[in-house]
Design a protein around this ligand. Structure first.
Ligand code: SAH
Length: 258
């Protein structure tokens, strides 16, 4: 553990509790054989993943020092442990078939990671990850909840999200300033939105950017002339995902924005 010193800028907080590492890796169900680990760091999860005969694992980390450490630690798996930036790697190049994603994510870029997962949702049926507790609560929040927001809507549109368990600060080296949580996301049945995806993303983003306003005010610039809908009297957190989709279908029916 002392061989590599954690680098704050890379969101490095190494998990040192083996029981929790085991619990996280056991949360990954064998729905795919291929598994991508984001940010293996010192390999605390990687060790259990590599030992599991159900899985064929690849791991990618942006820190060269971590990669060198892991190559020395698992010499027989060198070619599975890759140096690179998850956000800049075309992950679909790494696997022939759908793959699951696992990782104790770097918290500073967890939203960007989720947006990339959404982009590749049809080859990623399952994600198990540790993130900041607040973010976990937000993305698993149902509509009507104060913390329901952009990422909750986008992720829940495509994934069922389970909040699995909370993890305290003290099991990390160095301890982060926030509590953590492990979630599992499973791809749902929604293949088609029934409306333009860009419009949907735009309505959700624009609505939540002024979340205290009714949609009539916040998304005014996205609406065709003369358009009206009962949804416009609501604030964004009151709309379920089917509601947002229905609103977008109504907007599309009414024609282009004036
Ligand atoms: N899984 C390890 C480390 C978690 S810390 C453990 O549980 O102990 C987060 C890890 O993500 C670090 O190793 C960091 O180097 C890596 N990381 C940060 N940004 C990354 C990126 N863009 N792509 C891939 N890995 C990244």
């Amino acid at each position: 553990m002392s061989l590599v010193r954690a680098k704050k800028c890379l969101g490095q907080h190494f998990l040192k509790d083996q029981n929790i590492a085991r619990k996280i890796t056991a949360s990954l169900l064998p729905v795919t054989r291929d598994v991508l680990e984001i940010g293996p760091g010192m390999g605390v999860l990687t060790r259990y993943l590599l030992a599991n005969p159900d899985f064929s694992v690849r791991a990618i980390d942006i820190d060269r020092e971590s990669i060198e450490y892991l190559h020395a630690e698992f010499p027989e798996h060198r070619e599975r442990i890759l140096f690179g930036d998850f956000l800049k790697t075309d992950v679909t190049d790494l696997f022939q078939a759908p793959f699951s994603v696992i990782g104790n994510l770097p918290y500073n870029i967890s939203s960007q990671i989720f947006f990339r997962i959404i982009e590749h949702r049809d080859c990623i049926p399952q994600v198990v990850c540790m993130i900041q507790k607040e973010v976990a609560e937000r993305i698993s929040a149902p509509h009507g909840n104060k913390t329901y927001g952009i990422l909750s809507v986008f992720l829940q549109t495509f994934y069922d999200i389970e909040y699995l368990f909370t993890v305290g600060e003290q099991v990390f080296d160095p301890p982060p300033k926030v509590k953590s949580a492990v979630i599992r996301m499973t791809r749902n049945e929604r293949r088609e939105l029934g409306c333009d995806e860009k419009l949907f993303f735009n309505v959700v983003k624009t609505g939540f950017n002024q979340r205290r306003k009714t949609l009539r005010n916040s998304i005014r610039n996205l609406l065709p002339a003369g358009f009206d809908s009962a949804y416009l009297n609501m604030r964004p957190e009151q709309l379920s995902i089917p509601d947002f989709l229905q609103l977008c279908r109504e907007i599309e029916k009414e024609g282009e924005p004036s």
